[in-house]
Structure formats: C-alpha cells, structure tokens
Design a protein. Sequence first.
Length: 306
Amino acid sequence: MFNMRSAIRACRSIGSRTMMRGAFCGAVGGAGVTMAIQSEPSRCESGMVNGVAAALAGVGVGYFAAQALTDSTEQDRYQKYWPRKIMIIFGPPGAGKGTQSPKIEAELGIPPLSTGDMLRALDPESAIGREVGALMKQGKFATDEMVIQIISDRIQQDDCTTGFILDGFPRNTAQANALDDLLRTTGEVVSCVIQLDVPDSVVTVRICGRWMHKSSGRSYHVKFAPPKSLNGAVPNAENMLDDETGEALYQRADDTEGALKKRLEQYWAKTTPILDHYAPTGVVRKVNANQGIEAVWGEVQEGLVR
C-alpha cells in the first residue's frame, strides 16, 4: 500500500521549497501509478508493487525536473511574487523613494526605472535621442509620447523579464492611462503601487536641509547628517563644507523652500489623482514613510506580497 508519510518525508529531504514542490508532484504521480497497478494485480507480473518505491521514483523525476528550471533562490522569489511584478513607487519629493527602490530591487530581482535616468541614458544619435535632445536644448520636457516609447523599449530588455519598478512615472492620470494602454498590448496591468505617505512639513525638513558636494555627489543634511564643519552653527555657504575635500557644498535650486512649495502643489494637484486611478483595482499599498528606514521597509515588504 502507498505510504504518503514516507513520500512526504522524502520530499522534505529535497530541501528548497521549489524542489520540494516538484518532488511532491512526482511522488503523487508515482503513487497514482502504484495504486492503478494494485487495483488490477492481474496486469502486474508480481501483483506486489511497493508503493513507496514507486513514489520515490516519482520524487526523483520531480526533483530533477524542478532543478532544471532555474536556481532555487530565483524559483522561491518567482513563486512568491509571480506573475510579473509591474510596480510604481509613489510619493512626494523626500518621501524615500530613492532609499526604498534599491531594497525592492534586491528583494524581487527587478530593476527600478527612473524616467530621468532613462532620458539621460538615451543614445544622442538615435531618433528618439535626437528628439529629446532638441527639446531639452529649448528648455522643454520630453512629451508623454516620447516617455512612453522610451519605457516601452526599456521594459523589453532582459532584466525586466520578471518585472520592473517605475519611479517618476506616471506623473498624472493622462500618463497613467498611456501606461495602461502600453501594458494592455501584452495583456498586463500595474500590479502594485507603493505609496510612501509623509506629511509636507516632514518633506520640507528633509528636502530643505539637504546640501550636496558637486563633484562627488555626496549628500549631507543639516539635521540628520551634518558635515563636521557645521559644528552646531546656523548653516551657510561658509560653514557647509565637504568632510573629505573641505570644498564648499551647495543646495540644489529645487531644494529651497520656495521651489519645494511649488513642487508639492504640483504633486498634490496632478500626481496624487493617480492613486484614485489605481485604487479600484486594489493594488495601492499605503506605507507610513514618516518613520525609520527599516520600519518603512517592513511595511513595504508587506505590501509587496498582498
């Protein structure tokens, strides 16, 4: 008689979750063969087939079939997050998108796609590169159609096979509709929107206290990561100096309080309606981003698997 406990123990000995599942399927298949033979012993030469032996043969087949698919770590990841994860990370300036995106990338094995980075990486000799370059020389932005084309080309690359994270796009509902249309051509939809929620007052402190070292890109903050030269004083151009070179730091033009106010007004008026656009599909995950980085990450992780 087939011994299910023995088959399960054999499956567990395989190790990884993926291999165990493959092996278990093989075991069940072996059990089916055994029981069929036992039900008609006249067709079996001895009439005494060992069920466990047949099941273990199935285990072997299941194991090697599962092993041939891919590395077990990748299989675990895909089983946890499959189908292809098409994500948007969403939040105001200073919400922590740049901090959380690399963590999501490491967890899911999918790349963050920043529209700014993609635009800068365009081949200036390509047709789209020449079009975008011409607009930028005039102080204008790439059109929605151009950005969608760039995204369409980018997500066909090998590293996007199992998904991608959009950062900085869409910025309004028209762009969200264009993205939906693009995904519809392959029968896909946005599967997760991570909303990093943080009050404007906190954003103001984070953004307006940020100073940069131009040549290296090192970032400082008057409250959270001050340079040694500040030494508790009121920050100004004379006492905000890079720790390594002693060179003067600077504030980006859009990191001032006046510029940030305009950016936040745009965010609340044009960008947040995207949440209403995707909310009916149940993919929006609201995360409290006004806490420590690891606490935020814990909430993000929960949102990835719901």
